[in-house]
Write a protein that binds this ligand. Sequence first.
Ligand code: ZN
Length: 207
Amino acid sequence: MATITGNIVEDRVIPAAGHWGRILRRGESLRIVDLEGQQAVDFLCYNAADPSERYNAADTMKYAGTIFITAGHGVYSDMGRRLFTIVEDTCGRHDTIGGCCSAESNELRYGVTATPSCRQNFLEALAPFGLGKRDIVANVNWFMNVPVDADGRMGIVEGLSKPGDHVKLRAEMDVLAVISNCPQTRNPCNGFRPTPIRVIVRQAGPL
Ligand SMILES: [Zn+2]
């Protein structure tokens, strides 16, 4: 259930297909709300003091012992340190293996050119922090549903998030977080209809 503690630092609706980025101080929390449901939220994070230390998908999965991370799991850097802890998760299904969409992959997979994409959103969200192409790695997709069958088959299917579902992440160090509110319309990751999300950053609350 929702736990509300600490003063609000930022409360913003990110429009469909939009992007966002900010540095969170250690102890601050980031709540990401899927306002209308079935909206993939592509997410990357970095050690704010040294962004060459960044989210590592493989290690995050290994430490969790699952590809489906949820409340209690850490979001780990490539230096074996927690960037965030997932402290609340009302959805329970997020993706760690599908990565982000790009204009190039949309052309390869769907034969369409010059589409908006999470990769471009990441580039725009990272630019104010002096980061770029070399800083984009395999990312987390909150609320995206990528099941894997016993024979290894995987695919992107409609998300399980309902309107108002959220994840709450606690920063375990000073962290740069960036979001692409996925603009994809060629596969079911957004229910073929990209929609707004809300992000709420709060100061550390009383323990
Ligand atoms: Zn996308």
